[in-house]
Design a protein around this ligand. Structure first.
Ligand code: SF4
Length: 480
């Protein structure tokens, strides 16, 4: 499973906004490792710096120092639409007359093709759905220079464009004087507002506030737009009320968000521990040790150990210096890349019946390689417990999971998955227990990838491209 993107914005006159944005992006690195970028305004001009690679590869003191200003936005990207090229790195910038604006997007629009057709764009004119949104906004700026004098052109253009968009989007935007944050009417992706002594911050996840000394004010509501400028913070509701229906991605709790992130007022780590506790009650097993797959499987493993009374132990070491690994073209090479990342602690697993707790199973590459590693290291039995339900449907809202043909649980029954992975037993957390673990009973969630119930209709053009990708795959069972 590949993560969504991370967005960040800061309005803080008198503070080193480029350095704050660097720190914010650094703490959102887990949401995307393909490219990083920021846009900084000094009140007159916007300067954009972006490149392929990790935040620390793109920025250093030399590149940050000249980025002086009072306002900035930043972005870390993992592509979900569009190819992985510099052209798709964000923030996206548009120069409009003497002004200009920049935007960063986390999510995935589901009506990109329709919007492009309606706008009379030829195929290939826009590089991505984020680029399309920038085009639509730019087209709504007045052409007459004088009519821009009140400085609210970006806000007005957004009020026209936002209701046209469907799918998942958490945006940060800026012109030379103001910072804007928007969440789609379902709130698929998170976005929160923070306070600095001398300013305001927007971020995908709350740890990006902690790292720069800001405190969390609140999570933006689904369908909310906030505008931050010299007068303070204003809220606007650009979507019709009937479109507001909260559907936060449940996999933010399972896997995507950091454990120290606050979502729906809860710290994610606690929810992951409860997932493990409920999994132990739901699918017990006799064993000598519980271990988590580093790192996102560890909190659920703690919970499993606590609820089952089976001692927790470390069975695998993760190489912390592995950055992005290349996408290996076949199963054998993918398994080799898992071995590069993880290695067993032989003395801890030898002769033991181990329960391996992982957060999710997508292709099964990791779990198959880990099972073999543990058996080679002398484990007597390997029992897999997964702290989320079987992942059977592709995501169209900002997480790249591949096609149904690539999803293990879309093609095999749970016992078949167990035999394919070579484990002695396997169990997944039920959807009901997943919701129970999150402990936000009145909140709305998206569970489309496990239930097949998509909150926003997926147009044929999108499913068609998925089907075409499926058809282009090797006709032999791709997972075996
Ligand atoms: S389909 Fe799954 S991964 Fe995508 S937004 Fe919904 S819950 Fe999240």
């Amino acid at each position: 499973m590949k993560d969504a993107c991370g967005v960040f914005g800061v309005y803080a006159p008198g503070m080193p906004v480029a350095f704050l944005t660097f720190d914010g992006l650094y703490s959102l690195q887990h949401r995307g490792q393909e490219s990083a970028g920021m846009a900084v305004s000094d009140g007159d001009t916007i300067t954009v710096v972006k490149d392929m690679g990790l935040v620390s590869n793109v920025f250093d003191e030399r590149t940050l120092k000249p980025l002086q200003g009072h306002l900035a936005i930043g972005h870390t990207r993992y592509s979900t639409t569009g190819s992985s090229t510099w052209r798709n790195a964000q923030p996206v910038y548009r120069s409009v007359g003497e002004a200009g604006f920049a935007l960063g997007h986390n999510g995935n629009l589901t009506n990109t093709a329709q919007l492009a057709t309606d706008a009379g764009m030829l195929p290939g004119v826009v590089a991505s759905d984020s680029d399309l949104v920038a085009e639509l906004i730019e087209a709504r700026f007045p052409s007459d220079e004088d009519s821009r004098s009140d400085g609210r052109d970006l806000e007005r253009a957004l009020s026209e464009v936002l209701p046209m968009l469907e799918g998942a989007f958490s945006f940060v935007l800026m012109d030379t004087a103001r910072l804007i944050g928007v969440r789609d009417p379902h709130g698929f992706r998170p976005l929160c507002l923070g306070r600095l002594d001398a300013g305001w911050v927007l971020a995908s996840e709350s740890p990006a506030l902690d790292v720069i000394g800001a405190h969390l004010v609140r999570e933006l509501d689904p369908g909310e737009m906030v505008i931050i400028d010299a007068t303070g913070v204003r809220t606007v509701h650009p979507f019709p009320p009937e479109r507001i229906e909260p559907r936060l991605c449940s996999f933010e709790f399972v896997y995507i968000a950091r454990p120290d992130t606050i979502l729906y007022g809860k710290e994610v780590h606690g929810a992951r521990v409860r997932m493990g506790e409920l999994l132990a009650e739901q699918s017990p097993v006799e064993a000598d040790m519980v271990m988590g797959v580093p790192e996102s499987g560890v909190p659920a493993a703690e919970g499993f150990a606590k609820a089952s009374g089976i001692p927790y132990g470390q069975g695998l070491v993760k190489n912390r210096y592995i950055g992005r690994t290349f996408i290996a073209p076949n199963q054998e090479l993918r398994a080799a890349s898992v071995r590069r990342k993880l290695n067993p602690i032989r003395d801890n697993v030898r002769g033991k019946r181990v329960v391996v707790v992982d957060d999710s199973v997508v292709r099964g590459t990791n779990q198959k390689a880990i099972t073999k590693m543990l058996r080679d290291a002398g484990a007597a039995e390997v029992h897999l417990r997964v702290s989320s339900p079987p992942y059977r449907w592709p995501c169209f809202y900002g997480v790249d999971t591949g096609t149904r043909a690539e999803l293990l649980a879309a093609n095999l029954t749970v016992p078949e998955i167990g035999s394919y992975l070579g484990v002695d037993s396997i169990a997944y957390l039920s959807e009901e227990n997943l919701m129970k673990a999150i402990e936000a009973p009145r909140a709305g969630f998206c569970t489309a990838c496990v239930s097949g119930e998509y909150p926003v209709a997926v147009p044929v053009s999108l499913t068609k491209s998925v089907l075409e990708r499926e058809a282009s795959l090797d006709p032999a069972p791709p997972l075996l």
